[in-house]
Design a protein around this ligand. Structure first.
Ligand SMILES: [Zn+2]
Length: 294
């Protein structure tokens, strides 16, 4: 929970856009989660630990209202927790836009505005070349782990054409399926799938190292985009039902291109200074779970 929230707070432009629309969400009962998350932001630098504890307790309660799997105190998946929060905020957007319109104001969903991108899936018949396309919105992508590979390579693997059995009108039954980015988001959240089920349905962790680089190139139908690494959430431990999450993120007081390269490592109550360079170096050595680029 701590790693996911700290990582989210690292996205300063996103957080700014949530805060700046307070007049819309502040009094709406349904928007309790947004209020509780901003409470965390407001006591982020406080030395009063009871204040922080209260803010965390109430945000966990707010998330769990619609996602009861987070009600208990057992080990959970950081990626699931983070995407649940983002989905819940996104689901409020229609309601908040309505509330804003009634008061002659406007509301832009910060998740839609910063994290959501559109993927296009194209199926091509190998016999006649007939194509069909479908577009879908995503707030993050889950990539298969390429042992010893880089995130760039894992993304390339994801975008590669795969074979598909499909019966075409022409009589052919071999097609190819390919995903491409139709649009790009300001922040790109990538999840590296370190956990998988064995043929005996045991949850297993892949501990292979991954090469972390500061920049990631993503091509889309609109334009190519360069992303700079802003935050990494890592799972430490050997299994899927145990271990501990830590996160590293660009220091919220600095810019991504600041030559000081100051980052913070969030390990529950312990926050230590580090640099982006050493996060990439250590990330390659320590078995990590997921990366989040922004
Ligand atoms: Zn065909």
């Amino acid at each position: 929970m701590n790693s996911g929230l700290q990582s989210l707070l690292t996205l300063t432009d996103y957080i700014k856009d949530v805060s700046s629309q307070e007049v819309v969400w502040c009094s709406l009962r349904e928007a309790k989660l947004i209020r509780k998350l901003i409470d965390i932001l407001r006591c982020h630098r406080s030395v009063d630990s009871s204040l922080k504890l209260k803010a965390l307790y109430w945000s966990k309660r707010a998330v769990s209202k619609q996602a009861p799997e987070f009600r208990d105190h057992h080990q959970k998946d950081a990626h699931e927790f983070l995407t649940t929060i983002l989905d819940q905020i996104r689901n409020l957007s229609h309601l908040l836009q309505g509330v804003a319109a009634c008061e002659d104001k406007s509301y832009t969903c910060p998740v839609e505005d910063h994290l959501v991108f559109r993927m296009q899936n194209t199926r091509t018949c190998k016999s006649c070349g007939a194509q069909s396309t479908r577009q879908e919105d995503f707030s993050n992508l889950s990539l298969n782990l390429a042992p010893g590979g880089s995130v760039q390579q894992m993304l390339q693997d994801y975008l590669m054409e795969t074979a598909l059995d499909f019966h075409c009108e022409c009589g052919g039954n071999k097609s190819g399926q390919q995903s491409t980015f139709a649009t790009l988001s300001k922040v790109l959240m990538l999840h590296l799938k370190r956990f998988h089920f064995t043929p005996f349905l045991q949850l297993e962790k892949l501990s292979d190292p991954v090469d972390l680089y500061r920049e990631l190139l993503v091509t889309s139908a609109q334009a190519d985009g360069w992303y700079s690494l802003a935050s990494v959430i890592s799972h430490l431990g050997s299994g899927g039902n145990e271990g501990h999450y830590v996160s590293d993120g660009v220091h919220p007081d600095t810019q991504l291109d600041d030559p000081a390269d100051l980052w913070l490592t969030y390990n529950d109550a312990m926050v230590t200074e580090t640099t982006g360079a050493s996060v990439c170096k250590n990330g390659s050595e320590r078995p990590t779970c997921s990366t989040k680029d922004g």
